[in-house]
Design a protein around this ligand. Structure first.
Ligand code: 13P
Length: 253
């Protein structure tokens, strides 16, 4: 049985004070281990301060990105080792904003995923189609391409604990949410591809999150579908109230 995971991607939001307030509010309400895994991904600069708040609680910490080389001359980048030392056990890779705005290609995402696993970090690998790709019936092909490129260097053993996030680009930050049928169909497709790439054990064990305008009022329906194992939440993770409401919605599924 896959444990539900609700992860909050704060993106390039929060000042230091808001980050600490969010983290401590969350620890207050979800700090004890429960039936749902809870994770937050603050901006790099607040990771260590947030780690001090969530350390020792059930709230897990992730980075939103990292560079795939060992520490060295890469001005402006953050190494996976640094992310781990700052208190993260997971890194989000291949987010569509990275792909669209910062040049993260399929191939680069694959290198990052491999480096993250070698550094002992968990990975949330994001995949998702644009509106144009959906309208021209390319959704499944795009998801397959992004998934397989992301996992290019990952064998069955390294795939253990991997999390995939299906985030349709057209649903991110737009208020447009995938229908539960659209989400379920994409997730089932991704799980089938995982079974083909590895085997049914890996496919059955891999959690596939939905992301894209998840809110307290649509979370339960989305996570109620058999192949939707949780949510990657953007905007609604920036308030303790709405993020906790989504976590509570997940508890009932
Ligand atoms: P929103 O929940 O703001 O649509 O963002 C989704 C997302 O990109 C999470 O990674």
């Amino acid at each position: 049985m896959r444990r539900v995971l609700v992860a909050g991607n704060w993106k390039m939001n929060t000042g230091r004070e808001q980050a600490l307030e969010l983290a401590s509010g969350l620890v207050e309400q979800c700090g004890e281990p429960g039936t749902v895994d809870v994770m937050i991904a603050p901006p790099f600069v607040w990771l260590e301060a947030v780690a001090a708040v969530v350390g020792g609680t059930a709230v897990q910490l992730a980075a939103q990105n990292a560079w795939c080389e060992a520490p060295g001359a890469f001005t402006g980048e953050v190494a996976l080792e640094m992310v781990a030392e700052a208190g993260c056990d997971t890194v989000i890779l291949g987010h569509s904003e990275r792909r669209q705005l910062f040049g993260d290609t399929d191939e680069l995402v694959g290198r990052k995923v491999a480096a993250a696993r070698l550094a002992g970090l968990g990975v949330i690998l994001c995949v998702g189609e644009t509106r144009e790709q959906r309208e021209s019936d390319e959704t499944d092909a795009v998801l397959t391409r992004q998934l397989l490129a992301g996992l290019e260097a990952i064998d069955g053993e390294m795939a253990a604990g991997l999390v995939v996030a299906y985030e349709p680009v057209w649903a991110i930050g737009t208020g447009l949410v995938a229908t539960t049928d659209q989400a379920e169909s994409a997730h089932a497709h991704l799980r089938k591809e995982l079974a083909l790439r590895y085997n049914s054990d890996v496919a059955d064990a891999t959690r596939i999150l939905y992301g894209g305008s998840v809110k307290p009022d649509n979370a339960a329906d989305l996570m109620g579908r058999p192949n939707v194992d949780g949510a990657l939440v953007g905007g609604a993770s920036l308030s303790v109230e709405s993020f906790v409401a989504i976590i509570k919605a997940a508890t009932g599924v």
